[in-house]
Design a protein around this ligand. Structure first.
Ligand SMILES: [Zn+2]
Length: 285
C-alpha cells in the first residue's frame, strides 16, 4: 500500500466508514460542497477558499455515468487532502480521471489512487472480491454494491489480488493501457494490441464474444518470445460502448518459474568453461 492509499484508509477509519461510503456526507464533514456545472474541458475541478479550510468541488454535469461522477468526486477529495497537492491548479481532464496509463501526471495518478481506496476501501472489498478466484462476475457485483464503474472496480481487484492477472483498456481498436497484478511481470506488447484473435478485437468488429472467461492462445496477448512462460491465458472482454472502448480482464496460469531456473542452470553447466577447457586441454598439440 502506498502513502496516498494509506492516507485514504486513515481518513475512512477516522470517519468510521464500514460500507459503501456516502461521498456527500464525507465532503460536508471536511468543508467541501459538491456542485454540478455544465462544462467542456474538464470532468472535475476543486476550488479552494483562500482564507478557510473549505472549498467547492465542481463536477461536469455532462458526465453520463453516476459511477464516473462518484469517482471524479473521490479524485477531487484526494486533491483536497493529499498534503503536497495543496498548491495545485486542480482542473482535471476526462482522460486522466479513472485512468491508469503511464502518460498521466503523478498527482493525477495519486488522486485516482486515493479515489479508488476511498470508494472501494481495501478492508471492506477484499473479502467480497474472492481474491484467489478472479471473476469479472464478482467484480460486477462489488461495482453495483459500491456504485463504482466496472473499470475502477476491476482495477482495484488487480491491485489487491496475488493471482497473475491483468486489466487492459482498449479504445477504438487500439490498446491504450494495462495494469498488471503484482505477481504478473511479463510485459504486454501494447502497440500491437489487441490482436485480431482476441475477444476484444471481436467486440470492436461488432461480433459476439462470450460474457465469461475464454481460453485463448498465449500469443494473443503476449510477445511470441514470452508465450512459453505462460501455460494458459483466459480472457473476459466487455464492450463499454459509451467510451468506444473494451475492457479486457486477463487471467494467466504461469509456467513454473523454478522449473525455468533449473533449465537455465542445466544449460549453464553444459556451457561451464572449466569443463570445456579441461576437455580441450587434453588434446595433444
Ligand atoms: Zn485531478
Amino acid at each position: 500500500m502506498n502513502a496516498v492509499e494509506r492516507l485514504a484508509e486513515l481518513f475512512l477509519d477516522r470517519l468510521g466508514v464500514n460500507g459503501p461510503p456516502d461521498l456527500f456526507a464525507i465532503a460536508t464533514k471536511i468543508g467541501l460542497r459538491i456542485k454540478e456545472v455544465e462544462a467542456d474541458g474538464f470532468d472535475g475541478t476543486l476550488v479552494r477558499a483562500l482564507d478557510a479550510p473549505k472549498g467547492i468541488i465542481a463536477i461536469n454535469s455532462r458526465i453520463r455515468e453516476h459511477t464516473r461522477k462518484r469517482f471524479a468526486i473521490g479524485h477531487e477529495i484526494g486533491h483536497y487532502l493529499i498534503p503536497h497537492h495543496q498548491h495545485l491548479e486542480n482542473v482535471c481532464r476526462p482522460n486522466t480521471i479513472e485512468r491508469w496509463h503511464s502518460g498521466i501526471s503523478q498527482t493525477e495518478r495519486e488522486a485516482n489512487e486515493f479515489s479508488a481506496e476511498l470508494l472501494l476501501p481495501r478492508k471492506i472489498v477484499a473479502p467480497l472480491f474472492g481474491l484467489n478466484d478472479p471473476s469479472l462476475e464478482r467484480i460486477r457485483k462489488v461495482a453495483a454494491e459500491f456504485s463504482t464503474s466496472l473499470t475502477a472496480t476491476a482495477y482495484r481487484f488487480v491491485e489487491l489480488t496475488d493471482k497473475p492477472c491483468c486489466l487492459v483498456w482498449s479504445e477504438r481498436n487500439r490498446t491504450r493501457w494495462y495494469v498488471p497484478s503484482a505477481t504478473f511481470r511479463i510485459p504486454l506488447p501494447v502497440s500491437e494490441l489487441p490482436s485480431p484473435h482476441s475477444m476484444a478485437a471481436k467486440l470492436f468488429a461488432g461480433q459476439h464474444a462470450p460474457d465469461q472467461f475464454v481460453e485463448i492462445p498465449q500469443e494473443t496477448w503476449l510477445n511470441r518470445w514470452d508465450a512459453h512462460r505462460v501455460r494458459r491465458v483466459l480472457e473476459h472482454s466487455v464492450a463499454l460502448s459509451s467510451y468506444e472502448a473494451v475492457l479486457s480482464f486477463l487471467e494467466f496460469e504461469l509456467e513454473d518459474e523454478k522449473h525455468e531456473d533449473d533449465e537455465r542452470s542445466e544449460l549453464l553447466e553444459e556451457l561451464d568453461p572449466n569443463r570445456y577447457h579441461s576437455a580441450t586441454r587434453r588434446k595433444p598439440t
